[in-house]
Design a protein around this ligand. Sequence first.
Ligand code: NAD
Ligand code: MG
Length: 500
Amino acid sequence: MTEPLSERTPSDWKTLAAGLRIRSQAFIDGRFRDAADGRTFETVNPATGVKIADIAACDAADVDLAVAAARRSFEAGVWSRRDPTERRRVLVRLADLILAHGEELALLETLDMGKLLRDSATLDIPTSAEVFRWYGEACDKLNGEVVRAGEGAFALIDREPVGVIGAVVPWNFPLKMAAWKCAPALAAGNSVILKPAEQSPLTALRLAELAAEAGIPDGVFNVLPGFGHEAGQAIGLHEGIDCVAFTGSTEIGKRFLTYAGASNMKRIWLECGGKSANLVFPQTKDLDRAAGFAAQGIFFNQGEVCSATSRVFVHRSIAEAFTERLLAKVDAYRPGDPLDPASGMGAMVTEEHTRRVMDYIAIGSESATLACGGERVLTETGGCFVAPTVFTGVDPLSRIAREEVFGPVLAISTFEDEAEAVRLANDSIYGLGASVWTDDLGQAHRVARALHVGSVSVNTVDAVDVRTPFGGVKQSGSGRDLSLHAFDKYTDLKTTWISL
Ligand code: NAD
Ligand code: MG
């Protein structure tokens, strides 16, 4: 797989796909193995409805094995006490291996969960490699603090790895979410058990193999595919796991809090749902650009993005002009075969999720105006495709404006003044992200400050970068992925007071 992506045709990709070797077993203590009881589940390509493989369905018995291996490796110090410079070399090598196998990983991701191959190949896989590289590079640059505690003493504040980390991730960015959790957790010296979503286990299993090839010792990185109520719950309840980092729905995030309370009070870090607002003020000069980003903010990745700007609030005076421009952008997002570079969106992750999104469209149609889309799209490959959908005249109190649809469905409402815009944006159980469009610098800062969210993007949407923290407030969760602040989740502060 060496030719650049742009020179491959859909039929080239299909040939490559037919030759892929699928890793279908769990990866525990440095080797692939079946689930303890031999059970499997099917993973399906949602663009075609065709089964890809039978995957090991891990449950509590497998979690026990993985925790034992992770604990053993952690206590032995083969990784946790390894010179950080060596951890750096291994993680940077893993980043290189991810890039070297980029086409294969991109194909696995797209076949497994339906996103555009173009996006897998140019965004998901390279940014996952970048995250491993970034945290690898950070490994040997983190130092503790020295406190001058008066004449008779001084104190050291150091960071220690927490121990065994469970990472439970969703299907919308399978490798990327795995990287966001595992890279800083491993960089800090922890042992990790990763549970990919049952809809999209393939890249995580390949990552396990690449991690071993890069030099991560046996037991330090384990991957357990399986169902949430089996493998996921067993991770949440396990007494031998010190911390769980979760990305997924708010409903399941809450369950992890109860798992922790019912077991060993493990630390729980949650990245959950969102209903991010995109505020378009009349002070914005380039309405066309704002409209283009508004479309991208909801239609990228089929709208299966926790921080998708699924609510647009636009000032009444520019609402018509803005909506007209937005609707002119929608054609570019026509869904189709994810392998075809001409497609504008890929397939929804499953038939079940497609139906859920269609139910929300029916609910929206009862109270708002359907300005475009609203239907399932039949393509040559069949599959789970939903047309990019825009509702206008949306009542901010209606369900389509308040609940997370997790699909290509945009709700547009209007506001009269800045105070109302901020009030409407903040009137949500979620607080993940928000966008602000204005060329008035004072207004940009004022509104950004007033928004109760983890990230505000000004004159863009959903700005995410490994250098800056990502995460939410309210029921969008707690803790931050990315940036050096992610180490706060995977390390404990240790004070050593020295009396002189
Ligand atoms: P989900 O919560 O159903 O699943 C997420 C993970 O939790 C999966 O690995 C799943 O197997 C596991 N799980 C499911 N039930 C479980 C249980 N009872 N006990 C333990 N684990 C369980 O979410 P999903 O439908 O896969 O993903 C979509 C959701 O994820 C959306 O709500 C979206 O907002 C959220 N999400 C959030 C972010 C973020 O960073 N905030 C990022 C991506 C997705
Ligand atoms: Mg799948």
